[in-house]
Design a protein around this ligand. Structure first.
Ligand code: NAP
Length: 320
C-alpha cells in the first residue's frame, strides 16, 4: 500500500509517499481502508520532533481518518468488514491507504457524514467536547469566547456550544473565516487581526466579560484573555506555541481560573462519553464537520505548510 513515512524529524519535506507492506489485523485489531485523513497541527509538531510524543522512526503520521472496515482480527465483534467508520488514534498511522487500529479506536460513521467529514471528528470535535463538557462543565446561557474559531477545533466548539445553549463569541483572522464562524452558529464574531477587537468583545458582553474562553493561541493571548473574563470566569488553554506573561492579579480579582489539557490525557471513560456525545450530534445534525480543503495524500507536505498559515477554514483533509 501507499503510505506517508517520516524517516527523520524535520520540515514538511520529510513526509515521503512510499510503498510499504499492507498490515494484517491480529487479534483485537481492525484493518481500515482509509478514504480520508484529517490533518491536525500536532502532526506538524510531531514531524518536527518537538512534540511531547516522539515516535520511533520511521513512522506514519495521523490519528484521524475515515473509511471502511477491510478486515477484523480474532475476537473483534463491535465492527465487521464493510462497516463505515471513523478512526480515533491508530496503531500504524492514518496517512496511508490502510490503517491498523485497536477495536476501541474505530467508531460508526453516521450515514449522513461523508468520509472527508469523518476525518475531522476525533481531534477537533473530541477536543472541543472535552473542553466544554468535561474540563469546564460549560452551562447553557454562559458567554463563551472561542479565540480562534475558524479552524478545526474552533468550528467544532461553535457547533457544540450552540447545541448546549451557550452565547457564542468567536474570532477569525479573515473575512471568509468570520463568515464561516457566523454561519456555523456564533452569535458575535470578531477579527483577531484588528487592534480594537478585545474592546469590542467586552462591549458585546455589556462590559461584564465572558464566562469561558477556549484559547487556541495562548502564547499570544493568555495575558489579554484574563482581562476579558467575568467574575469566576475560566480559560481553557487548548493551543500554545511558546511562552507568555500573565498578570496573576487579573485572576485574583475575578477569582478566575486557567485550565489546560491534552486530549491524549482523556481517560477511557471520558473517551467513551466523548464518542457517544459526538455520534449523537452527528446523527441529529447539530455537528457538521466543515471540510475546507481536500488534497491527495501525496501532497501531505503542502497540507503541513498550509495548516500553520493564517486563513483557517475548517479542516484540511488528505485523500489516499
Ligand atoms: P487550525 O485548524 O489550524 O486553526 C487555528 C485557529 O487559530 C484558526 O481559527 C486561526 O484563525 C486561529 N488563530 C490564528 N491567529 C490567532 C490569534 N492571534 N488569536 C486567536 N486565534 C488565532 O488548528 P486547530 O486544529 O483548530 O487547533 C488549534 C490549536 O489547538 C493548535 O495549536 C493545536 O495544536 C491545538 N490543539 C490542542 C489540542 C489539545 O489536546 N490540547 C487538541 C487539538 C488542537 P485564522 O486562521 O482565521 O486567523
Amino acid at each position: 500500500m501507499k503510505a506517508i513515512l517520516v524517516r527523520e524529524f524535520g520540515g514538511p519535506e520529510v513526509l515521503k509517499l512510499e510503498d510499504v507492506p499492507t498490515p494484517h489485523a491480529a487479534a483485537g485489531q481492525v484493518l481500515v481502508r482509509i478514504h480520508a485523513v484529517g490533518v491536525n497541527p500536532y502532526d506538524t509538531y510531531m514531524r518536527n520532533g518537538v512534540y511531547a510524543v516522539k515516535p520511533p522512526l520511521p513512522y506514519t503520521p495521523g490519528s484521524d481518518g475515515a473509511g471502511v472496515v477491510e478486515a477484523v482480527g480474532q475476537g473483534v465483534n463491535q465492527v465487521k468488514p464493510g462497516d463505515r467508520v471513523y478512526v480515533a488514534k491508530t496503531v500504524t498511522g492514518a496517512y496511508a491507504e490502510y490503517a491498523l487500529t485497536l477495536e476501541s479506536q474505530v467508531h460508526p460513521l453516521p450515514a449522513k457524514v461523508s468520509y472527508a467529514q469523518g476525518a475531522g471528528i476525533w481531534v477537533p470535535y473530541g477536543t472541543a467536547y472535552h473542553a466544554l463538557y468535561q474540563c469546564t462543565r460549560a452551562r447553557a446561557a454562559e458567554a463563551l469566547l472561542i479565540h480562534g474559531a475558524s479552524g478545526g477545533v474552533g468550528i467544532a466548539g461553535v457547533q457544540i456550544a450552540r447545541a448546549m445553549g451557550l452565547i457564542v463569541l468567536g474570532t477569525a483572522g479573515t473575512e471568509k473565516g468570520l463568515e464561516l464562524v457566523k454561519r456555523e452558529g456564533a452569535h458575535h464574531v470578531f477579527d483577531h487581526t484588528k487592534p480594537d477587537y478585545r474592546e469590542q468583545i467586552l462591549k458585546a458582553t455589556g462590559g461584564v466579560g465572558v464566562d469561558l474562553i477556549l484559547e487556541m493561541l495562548a502564547n499570544v493571548n493568555l495575558g489579554h484573555d484574563l482581562k476579558l473574563l467575568a467574575p469566576y470566569g475560566r480559560v481553557v488553554v487548548i493551543g500554545s506555541r511558546g511562552d507568555v506573561t500573565i498578570s496573576p492579579r487579573d485572576l485574583m480579582t475575578r477569582r478566575a481560573s486557567i485550565h489546560a489539557f491534552t486530549l491524549w490525557g482523556a481517560t477511557e471513560a471520558e473517551e467513551k462519553e466523548i464518542h457517544a456525545g459526538l455520534i449523537a450530534g452527528l446523527e441529529n445534525g447539530t455537528l457538521r464537520p466543515i471540510v475546507g480543503k481536500e488534497l491527495p495524500l501525496a501532497e501531505a507536505a503542502r497540507a503541513h505548510k498550509e495548516i500553520l498559515e493564517p486563513g483557517a477554514f475548517g479542516k484540511i483533509v488528505l485523500v489516499p
